[in-house]
Design a binder for this molecule. Structure first.
Ligand code: FAD
Length: 288
């Protein structure tokens, strides 16, 4: 449990981090909260030649409300997302999800940017990012670009981040009136990682019919995904126990899901249905 040797440098700004990334090349790794990277280094699953510590870049810790979006700096900790007045008021499901991550230590050190960049299949935020239709800002030598949540996760521990880029901000549309969102999770009893987690976001019209719905699923497969068949089955319908139960009877096919020590693919498929049902019922109630 001792990492391989590495060099350590501190970045003082986003520009500094970008310069250090291009200077140290592909073998360098950014260090944020260290709660995924350091364990991986101790197990020698990751052996970076240089660690670029970005944890002191204070400009990346801010949480701001601007118009109809909440902008969260990549270095905001899970705890600051959970307790931010801006997040609890405008994206309450996101704050709830942050409060369900790991334990107190993990929430105090781990960052939203580190979690999303790491793209652990059992991480919680990916479900929220997909359901709430977030936008991710990444910066590199070529400048800044935004990536839609739907395009960010590209495989097991793989994202749309290019070499030399860092994630700087995650922007969430606020959950306005007529909309509601919720996150339901079946946690691993030891780590609290999501065996399966489902986030749902619904919007209803004055007559109570669903005009928009997004469902993000994490933990179930090697990459988080949208439950688009369920979404399509619900648009235009009144959101009640009957319509939601019918739509969530099958959320995912076990053939597409992970099977490991925590759960079989069949059990994960069952959890997808149960948790999608609960998340949608809660989101629909909140949309009223
Ligand atoms: P780091 O470990 O510092 O970095 C992770 C990876 O992301 C590295 O490859 C790093 O180079 C890269 N990186 C970091 N920041 C950036 C950036 N801004 N731009 C580009 N790349 C970047 N997570 C959950 O979701 N749910 C849980 O229930 C949960 N339980 C946990 C329990 C334990 C005991 C532990 C140790 C971790 C748990 N985690 C859980 C993971 C935790 O949330 C991590 O903090 C998080 O996944 C990574 O964030 P970090 O800031 O620690 O990133």
């Amino acid at each position: 449990m001792i990492p391989a040797e590495f060099d350590y440098v501190r970045a003082n700004s986003v520009q500094d981090a970008i310069s250090l990334l291009s200077q140290h090349g592909d073998d360098a790794k950014l260090l944020a909260g260290g709660h995924s990277l350091i364990p991986a280094m101790k197990l020698r699953l990751n052996t970076p030649s240089t660690l670029i510590d970005v944890s002191g870049i204070s400009e990346l810790t801010a949480i701001k409300l601007d118009g109809d979006k909440v902008h969260i700096g990549a270095l905001a900790t899970h705890r600051s997302v959970e307790t931010s007045d801006i997040v609890t008021t405008n994206c309450p499901a996101l704050a709830e999800a942050a409060g369900k991550i790991g334990d107190t230590q993990v929430r105090n050190r781990g960052t939203i940017g580190g979690s999303l960049a790491h793209a652990d299949p059992a991480a919680d935020y990916p479900a929220l990012v997909l359901a709430l239709n977030a936008e991710l800002t990444v910066e590199g030598n070529a400048g800044s670009r935004t990536v839609a949540a739907d395009d960010f996760f590209q495989g097991l521990f793989q994202t749309a981040l290019e070499p030399g880029e860092l994630l700087t901000k995650v922007s969430f549309p606020i959950t306005g009136s007529g909309s509601g969102a919720a996150y339901e999770k079946f946690p691993n009893p030891a780590s609290r990682f999501a065996v399966v987690g489902v986030a749902a976001m619904v919007t209803v019209d004055g007559g109570g019919n669903c005009t928009a719905v997004r469902i993000g699923v994490t933990g179930a497969a090697d990459t988080p995904f949208r439950a688009t068949d369920v979404e399509n089955a619900l648009v235009g319908k009144a959101l009640d126990e009957h319509s939601i139960s019918a739509a969530t009877a099958k959320v995912a096919d076990p053939a597409d899901l992970l099977s490991d020590l925590s759960a079989s693919a069949e059990y994960r498929a069952h959890l997808c249905s149960v948790l999608a049902n609960r998340a949608l019922l809660k989101a629909a109630e909140r949309a009223k």
